[in-house]
Design a protein around this ligand. Structure first.
Ligand SMILES: NC(=O)C1=CN([C@@H]2O[C@H](COP(=O)(O)OP(=O)(O)OC[C@H]3O[C@@H](n4cnc5c(N)ncnc54)[C@H](O)[C@@H]3O)[C@@H](O)[C@H]2O)[C@H](O)CC1
Ligand SMILES: [K+]
Length: 452
């Protein structure tokens, strides 16, 4: 963002003009959401504060009863200009009286440490007493690039991101500090290295399609047939043409359309994976962690087909240092599996996922309340706002099956990971509260239908 701002300024855009645009964008959103309800704008010492002075002036000009409270002097040239243009009184933050609406223009991307306790307490008190509150650019106290909270951060109604989303807008816990997120265009083209996961555009099969052309998936099961059966069932309802569940010979648990095969011995499994029509092979859910499971995983790793590795497969891989996985694979670790596989990497969840993908040469879905999808070539997508009801047994198996199914359909691991994660979240939204993993599978066709 800073580079983009500097580039705009170098290209001749007057820096104060950027602040006027930022302040005007914030004022417009406050006006639409809050109308003429009385407003107190809290202005910090930097340009975030400057944005606040601009917004206060413009809202007052629209007849909104606006007061401004400042945290000390304005330290930048632009914010001093904005302050001078505000022709009303400026109260000290420490003694400012409450208001119906609060605008947090204390700190933005320039925050370098947590707020002093008295400042954090004032911000919490004023937003707590308000009926609605807005954060300009970022809630004050969040670390822009990691989403960490450097001090106590209240919850805001609307966060108005300026110019582009920053990682803190999408990564927890910062992403839980506001109810709604709006990104205001201020004429600065920030190259979005990080994308918010968008709803995919899906397509129906072509008239000439048949079960192999739509994508054949194999799922290597193990001891816990329920997990691999869930994954197989999810793959079958993901748009793939056919799914073979290769287990240890346990009785089939899925629908009749799911092909149950027995491949207990590693060489039996290897023989079944030699089918060149296989477009994706999933191993992990219910695989087990004993020597037989390890031997079966070896057969999967050697089969030469695009792989999805989840759960036990990641645990077994984690035993041997940096995992050597075939190119074009997708790994789906949760936090514990990620650290076990890649160690304690520095930086934000985005940085860590990107580094892991680069190291293993595969797409990584770093799961969590905020899931980050990273490709070896540096592309990153973040999915936040997933239903907290997904924290129930088996939803990871369903996601792994979805990834394998979409990989079989698209042949593109990054795209498959994005589509699968979105469909997983959409199925959860449709399943409503207190669902179990099996309920997600029943919602997949509708989740796909709404994106055709
Ligand atoms: N294209 C854009 O995104 C634009 C963004 N604008 C706004 O500018 C801020 C960033 O401004 P900056 O002056 O760099 O930093 P802040 O306003 O966030 O203030 C930091 C300021 O405060 C000092 N400081 C840092 N941490 C603390 C602390 N814990 N306690 C006290 N003081 C602290 C620091 O030394 C700085 O002096 C961005 O968020 C946008 O709102 C432009 O106005 C328009 C274009
Ligand atoms: K702010």
């Amino acid at each position: 963002m800073r580079r983009a701002e500097q580039a705009a300024i170098a290209a001749g855009v007057d820096e104060y003009r950027l602040m006027e645009r930022a302040g005007a964008a914030a004022a417009e959103i406050v006006w639409r959401a809050g109308g003429k309800r009385d407003l107190l704008v809290l202005c910090g010492p930097g340009n975030n504060g400057g944005d606040g002075f601009v917004a206060a002036r413009l809202l007052r000009a629209r007849g909104v009863p606006v007061r401004v409270a400042a945290l000390g002097e304005s330290r930048t040239e632009c914010s001093r200009t904005a302050r001078a243009a505000w022709d009303g009184p400026v109260e000290p933050l420490a003694t400012a009286a409450p208001a119906t609406q609060i605008v947090d223009a204390l700190f933005g991307t320039g925050l370098t440490r947590g707020l002093d306790k008295d400042v954090a307490d004032r911000l919490a008190a004023l937003t707590g007493q308000a009926s609605f509150s807005y954060a300009i650019d970022l809630p004050s106290g969040v670390e822009t690039d990691s989403g960490a909270l450097l001090s106590q951060v209240p919850r805001f109604g609307i966060c108005i991101a300026l110019g582009a989303l920053k990682p803190a807008h999408l990564l927890y816990p910062a992403a839980s500090c506001f109810d709604r997120l709006v990104c205001a265009d201020i004429g600065v083209d920030a190259p979005d290295k990080v994308h918010r996961l968008a709803a995919p555009v899906l397509s129906s099969p072509v008239p000439s399609a048949h079960k192999y052309s739509r994508g054949l998936v194999a799922v290597a099961g193990g001891d816990m047939a329920g997990a691999s059966s869930l994954a197989s069932h999810a793959a079958a309802r993901s748009g793939a043409g056919m799914v073979r569940h290769i287990g240890l010979g346990q009785p089939g648990r899925g629908p009749d359309a799911l092909v149950e095969l027995k491949g207990e011995a590693p060489d039996q499994l290897a023989a079944l994976l030699r089918d060149r029509r296989l477009a994706a092979v999933l191993a992990g859910p219910g695989l087990g962690r004993d020597d037989r499971a390890r031997a079966r995983l070896e057969a999967v790793l050697a089969c030469g087909r695009p792989l999805v590795l989840d759960a036990d497969a990641l645990t077994l891989l984690g035993d041997g240092g940096d995992p050597a996985v075939p190119a074009g694979s997708v790994l789906t670790p949760h936090e514990g599996e990620f650290v076990r596989l890649f160690g304690d990497l520095p930086g934000s969840k985005i940085d860590r996922a990107a580094e892991a993908a680069r190291r293993c040469g595969a797409v990584v879905i770093y799961k969590g309340a905020d899931s980050v999808i990273a490709a070896p070539d540096g592309r990153v997508a973040i999915a936040s706002g997933a239903s907290s009801w997904l924290s129930t047994a088996g939803t990871g198996d369903v996601l792994a099956g979805l990834v394998a199914g979409r990989l079989a359909v698209t042949g593109d691991p990054f795209r498959a990971a994005c589509e699968a994660l979105w469909l997983h979240g959409e199925a959860a939204r449709r399943a409503g509260p207190a669902f179990i993993a099996d309920d997600l599978i029943a919602r997949l066709p509708a989740a796909i239908a709404c994106r055709l």
